[in-house]
Design a protein around this ligand. Structure first.
Ligand code: ADP
Ligand code: MG
Length: 302
C-alpha cells in the first residue's frame, strides 16, 4: 500500500499576487525532480490552472467530484504534457469552496490524501472563509504568497492571523468559555484589550491553567507557514517575507519560514494575457529558476 501524499496548500494573498503561478512553478519542479505530483485547482470561484497548463476546457473538474458526478478524485485527474504531473482542474461556475458543506469538506480532504501521488499541490484561491482556512490548516505544507506592497503584506498577515485563530477555535470546545474568549480576541479592537496571542494565552493560563495554555501554544507553533514573496523588482522588495516573519512571530507567536522571492518577469505576465500556456516558456524563465531552491527546501525533510 502506497503511503499518503504530502499536501501542499497555496493561499493567503488576494487575487493577482501569483498564487496560481507559484502553484504551477512548484508543481513543475516537483515533477521534474521525479515526484509524482498532482496540481489541484481549488479556486472554484476563479479557476484558471487549466488555462495556464494549456488545457482550454477541462473535461472533468473538481466540481464534478463535489457534485458527485464522479466518486473518486482519481477519476477526474487529467494528464499533462509533463511527466509525473497531473491536474485536477476547477470550474468557475456552480459553487465555491466557501459554500461547500462540512461533510463535503471532510470527504474532499480525505480523498486528496488518498490520491496516488507523492505530492498534491492545492491552489486555494483568494478566500479566507472557514473552508479555505481548514484546507490550509489540513495541509502538511502551508504556503502564503504575497507581493512587496504594504497592502499585500497586510493581507498575508491577516490571513495567517485568521488561520491561527481558526486553529485555536478548532481545538477548544465549541461551547466553552475559552471559545468565546478566542472569538472576542479575534476582533482586533476587542474590549478585553487583547492585542497579541501572548496576551491571549496569558488569560487562558489564568482561566484554565498552565497545561491548557501550553497545549494551545504548542499547536500554534506547529502551524509554521512558508512565505513566498512574488513579483520582486528590487533588492528591497525581497524583504517583504521577512517583515511577515517578524510580525507573525511578535504578535501571533507563529514561526514562519521565509522561502525567498520570485522575480517579476514581464513575459510571465504576457503569457496569461495572450492565453499561452506557461509550459511554453518555462525553460527560459528566470522566475521558474527562482523557484528551484524553494522546491528543494520544501522537499528536504520528507
Ligand atoms: N513573477 C511574476 N512576474 C510577472 N508576472 C507574474 C508573476 N507571477 C504572476 N504573474 C502574473 O500575474 C497575474 C496574476 O497571477 P496569478 O498566478 O493568476 O495570481 P493569483 O492566482 O494569486 O490570482 C498573471 O497574469 C500572472 O501571469
Ligand atoms: Mg489564482
Amino acid at each position: 500500500m502506497a503511503s499518503h501524499p504530502k499536501i501542499v496548500a497555496i493561499g493567503g494573498g488576494k487575487g493577482g499576487v501569483g498564487k496560481s503561478t507559484v502553484s504551477i512553478l512548484l508543481a513543475f519542479w516537483f515533477a521534474r525532480m521525479g515526484k509524482k505530483t498532482i496540481l489541484v485547482d481549488a479556486d472554484l470561484g476563479g479557476a484558471n490552472l487549466h488555462t495556464f497548463m494549456g488545457i482550454k476546457n477541462p473535461p472533468r473538474t473538481l466540481n464534478d467530484f463535489v457534485t458527485r458526478r464522479y466518486d473518486s478524485l482519481e477519476e477526474i485527474c487529467l494528464d499533462t504534457e509533463l511527466e509525473n504531473l497531473r491536474l485536477i482542474g476547477g470550474a468557475s461556475d456552480i459553487l465555491s469552496l466557501a459554500n461547500i458543506h462540512v461533510s463535503q469538506k471532510a470527504k474532499l480532504i480525505q480523498n486528496l490524501s488518498r490520491l496516488d501521488a507523492d505530492y498534491v499541490i492545492i491552489d486555494l484561491g483568494a478566500g479566507t472563509s472557514y473552508n479555505v482556512l481548514d484546507f490550509f490548516l489540513a495541509a502538511d505544507k502551508k504556503i502564503v504568497v504575497l507581493i512587496p506592497q504594504p497592502i499585500s503584506i497586510q493581507n498575508a498577515y491577516a490571513f495567517i492571523r485568521n488561520t491561527m485563530y481558526r486553529r485555536l477555535s478548532q481545538l477548544v470546545n465549541q461551547k466553552s468559555s475559552l471559545q468565546s474568549l478566542i472569538k472576542t480576541a479575534m476582533d482586533t479592537n476587542n474590549e478585553l484589550k487583547v492585542r497579541t496571542v501572548s496576551e491571549l494565552l496569558q488569560i487562558v493560563e489564568e482561566l484554565n491553567g498552565k497545561e491548557a495554555m501550553s497545549a494551545l501554544q504548542g499547536e500554534i507553533r506547529r502551524i509554521q507557514p512558508f512565505v513566498i514573496t512574488n513579483m520582486v523588482r528590487t533588492n528591497r522588495d525581497k524583504g517583504a517575507g521577512r517583515v511577515i516573519q517578524m510580525v507573525a512571530d511578535k504578535y501571533l507567536m507563529i514561526r514562519s519560514v521565509d522561502l525567498g522571492s520570485i522575480v517579476y518577469e514581464q513575459k510571465l505576465y504576457t503569457t496569461v494575457t495572450e492565453m499561452l500556456p506557461l509550459t511554453s516558456l518555462i525553460q527560459s524563465s528566470e522566475a521558474f529558476a527562482s523557484v528551484y531552491g524553494m522546491a528543494v527546501t520544501l522537499l528536504r525533510d520528507d
